[in-house]
Ligand binder design. Structure first.
Ligand code: KE4
Length: 430
């Protein structure tokens, strides 16, 4: 049995950083990544046979827990019928219908293979529909690694951005504005100065890439109003929140707080694939009719709507649509949050937490942060100590303080209680 250290050394010889996605390398928290051998229910086992209670859940998809028998059965049957055809299938229709049933802001949906692909395509669709080039995003929100979205804030408010990654031409970044999240004044200035050229505002409605930061109701209301006033589209990136914070996603949460609220385009991923490569974007019919082969906005994919991935996603959606699923998931998540809050108070540790449905976040800060700047005032050294103290006790949270956490239907009260006990010991080490 190879050790994690040995596997990491071997991996780094042939894969950049030893990983196929940077956050997995533990560079933010230090130490050796755990090479996972298998997972079942709420648990993962690493290459050394060590068991972890898993709060990453593949960064969101594993809402049922790992290896749900009905999902595995559907995947196995689909695989027997064929892995990929490059031709339409009935199950793509069924999955599209299942998605649209829960997200009434969309009349049509296009299936793709990753959240990045979905976000990139949504952006092109917004530009193609409006005939405009400028896009607006918010600091701390991550929408995948398409060039136009790897951009950080410009020098002044409402100014155009600069690339956050090498290889992104300045000419691309110059069409992207990046504003502080939850900053209504900056938003109004940006629309005042650039409203006529804005194709869209793209937002994570609950920003899981800042751990867990909610868009305030006044801010979200203002996003919607200003988009309407200036003819820009509101693009909801629900790759993380979709079918995770509620069956109808974050937009269903905001629709309860803002009468009649809905975004124009929605980006989905993670849960709708159930752990397999599947994502989607959708909108009203008039917007989606701009897409090839109907309209001038090109978008395509060899494995889009893959028959095995659609079986995984469809079965997952059928199971999470059962009555009471999200109520129970939310109760379990809240039980964990309350337990961690109490443990932190007992240990005298500055701590704040929040959750919605099966998505959660916490900060080693006395109050919940409202934007990226505030999130980054967290003490990263303390977080790293907490991360490893939990990991050493068999509790696996995200290896970065700006990442959200996820509870699954497979997490039992005993798992939650064990996690809280491990946190008590971990807080004592801070
Ligand atoms: P993917 O291309 O990784 O499937 O999705 C990109 C994406 C888009 N939008 C949101 C809101 C997202 O959270 C993501 C991906 N999330 C990260 C975790 N923060 C995935 C983990 C990783 O990058 O390895």
């Amino acid at each position: 049995m190879s050790s994690n250290v040995h596997l990491f050394e071997r991996a780094q010889q042939v894969i950049p950083g030893g990983v196929n996605s940077p956050v997995r390398a533990f560079r933010a928290v230090g130490g050796t990544p755990r090479f996972i051998a298998r997972a079942q229910g709420a648990y993962m086992w690493d290459a050394e046979g060590r068991r972890y209670i898993d709060y990453i859940g593949s960064w969101g998809p594993m809402i049922l827990g790992h290896g749900h028998p009905k999902v595995l059965e559907a995947v196995a049957k689909a695989a027997q019928d064929g892995l990929s055809f490059g031709a339409p299938t009935e199950r793509e229709i069924e999955l599209a219908e299942a998605i649209l049933k829960q997200v009434p802001s969309m009349d049509m949906v296009r299936l793709v293979s990753s959240g990045t692909e979905a976000g990139m395509s949504a952006l092109r669709l917004a530009r193609g529909y409006t005939g405009r080039n400028t896009i607006l995003k918010f600091e701390g929100c991550y929408h995948g690694h398409a060039d136009a979205l790897l951009v950080k804030a410009g020098s002044g408010l409402a100014t155009f951005g600069h690339p956050t990654s090498a290889g992104v031409p300045a000419e691309v970044a110059q069409h992207t504005m990046v504003l502080p999240y939850n900053d209504i004044e900056a938003l109004e200035l940006a629309f005042k100065q650039h409203g006529a050229s804005l194709a869209c505002v793209m937002i994570e409605p609950i920003a899981g890439n800042m751990n867990f930061v909610r868009a305030s109701v006044p801010f979200m209301k203002r996003c919607r109003e200003l988009c309407d006033q200036h003819g820009a589209l509101l693009v909801f990136d629900e790759v993380m929140t979709g079918f995770r914070v509620a069956l109808g996603g974050a937009q269903s949460v905001y629709a309860k707080l803002i009468p009649g609220f809905k975004p124009d385009i929605t980006v989905l991923g993670k849960v709708i694939g159930g752990g397999m490569p599947l994502a989607a974007f959708g909108a009203r019919r008039d917007i989606m009719h701009k897409l090839a082969p109907l309209g001038p906005v090109y978008q395509a994919g060899t494995l889009s709507g893959n028959p095995v991935a659609t079986a995984c996603g469809l079965t997952t959606l059928e199971l999470i649509s059962q009555p009471g699923f999200f109520d129970q998931l939310a109760q379990r998540t809240q039980r964990l949050m309350h337990g961690l809050d109490a443990a932190a108070v007992q240990a005298g540790v500055a701590f704040s937490s929040d959750s919605q449905g099966g998505m959660m976040g916490f900060f080693l800060l006395p109050q919940l942060p409202q934007n990226y700047t505030q999130v980054m005032t967290s003490n990263s050294a303390h977080f790293n100590t907490l991360f490893h103290a939990l990991l050493d006790q068999g509790v696996y949270i995200a290896p970065a303080l700006y990442e959200a956490g996820f509870v699954s239907a497979a997490h039992t009260d005993a798992d939650i209680d064990a996690t809280i006990e491990a946190a008590k010991k971990a807080f004592a080490s801070l």
